[in-house]
Write a protein that binds this ligand. Structure first.
Ligand code: UT7
Length: 321
């Protein structure tokens, strides 16, 4: 049976770096508070880059390494909740940049779970043989959604993009399992409203930014992500020990430590880079995969991926490289 296999990775991170010390000039916080509570020290901010530019750059980075002809890309999925425009989709605009004229393209709104949701969706299209080559991008520009006077949220996020190329394979290597879950009844825990205009008929204007019940999201992430990973291990008849590297959403090092503890796994099996980039939402997992790939750390490994975030949404994939 066909399934998807990640054959190449790429990333784009904006040049402009903002350290915790820089943020202390904006809000009442400290490097000590941010680092000890989250593991974050720096984040990149897309001062000059659009979402489409970051997404297309990450994609070009991946495509250039595997010499894939853009005309052979059948499907482009972009995971994002911070697009430049409400329409068209980022995916359609990336298609134009790549000249991938044969692809069908759409965005997925699953917040920080968007990348694993996208992997799940693409794998289904490959399994039903509708798609041979797909491009999946996770990209966010949360800097344009944040209230930079709100210390609860502005210290946490960064901008960036990661991309993977997925091809159909019949080998044992590739996407072994994917699971996507949602808990809509907890949607209020993490919200980014749209800033609407007034109309001649009703008044809807607002100046609204991201709000988050950090403790609720923290609790949800540690319990649900570890439980879903255990469920997938059981379905696949593998143990947590057989996973070589855990690449989880990079929201908070303490969340990852909590999950490691619940899975009884050593923390050094859990990749972490939030110190450099903060939480880039849907982009954290593909950026981490590309860093591992560049370091030659992916080949031959079995990797567990997990995203979690607004919705609330969460999802997991087991991938063999
Ligand atoms: O990617 C989407 C998913 N999002 C997440 O996974 C985020 C999950 N949640 C978290 O990572 C953590 O809950 C936070 C990092 C957001 C917050 O950490 P916390 O340990 O849960 O802190 P808290 O919200 O309970 O706040 C503790 C204290 C409060 O002061 P009081 O009430 O104890 O006096 C806050 O007002 O820390 C204060 N505080 C800050 N102090 C300095 C909140 N933000 C800051 C700040 N600097 N930036």
């Amino acid at each position: 049976m066909y399934h998807g296999r990640i054959i190449e990775t790429g990333r784009y991170l904006p040049e402009f770096n903002v350290s915790n010390d820089d943020i202390t000039k904006l809000v009442d916080t400290s490097d000590e508070w941010i680092y000890s509570r989250t593991g974050i020290k720096n984040r990149r901010i897309a001062k000059d880059e659009s979402v489409v530019y970051m997404a297309a750059s990450a994609a070009k980075n991946a495509i250039s390494k595997c010499e894939l002809d853009s005309m052979n890309i059948d499907m482009i999925v972009v995971a994002t909740v911070s697009p430049d425009y409400a329409m068209p989709s980022v995916a359609c605009m990336v298609q134009e940049q790549l000249g991938a004229e044969n692809a069908f393209c759409f965005d997925v709104n699953a917040a920080c779970s968007g990348f694993v949701y996208g992997l799940d969706i693409i794998d289904q299209f490959i399994k039903t043989r509708k798609v041979k080559n797909a491009l999946l991008i996770g990209v966010e520009k949360f800097s344009h959604l944040l209230n930079w006077e709100d210390r609860d949220t502005c210290v946490l996020f960064g901008d960036g993009a990661g991309a993977v190329i997925i091809e159909a394979t019949e080998t044992e290597i590739g996407i072994i399992d994917t699971q996507s879950r949602s808990i809509g009844k907890q949607f209020e825990a993490l919200v980014s409203p749209l800033n609407n205009n007034d109309t001649p008929f009703y008044n809807e204007s607002s100046e609204a930014y991201i709000t988050m019940d950090g403790r609720a999201v923290f609790q949800f992430a540690v319990t649900k992500v570890s439980a879903l990973l255990k469920e997938v291990f059981q379905t696949q008849n593998i143990s947590a020990d057989e996973i070589d590297i855990y690449v989880l959403h990079q929201a908070n090092s303490r969340i990852i430590e909590g999950i490691a503890k619940r899975l009884k796994q050593p923390i050094d099996k859990f990749y972490m880079n939030m110190e450099s980039y903060g939480n880039t939402s849907a982009a954290t997992i593909p950026i981490a995969l590309d860093e591992l790939n560049r370091a030659g750390e992916l080949i031959g490994k079995t990797i567990a991926l997990s995203g979690f975030g607004a919705g609330l949404t969460y999802g997991t994939a087991i991938v063999k490289f």
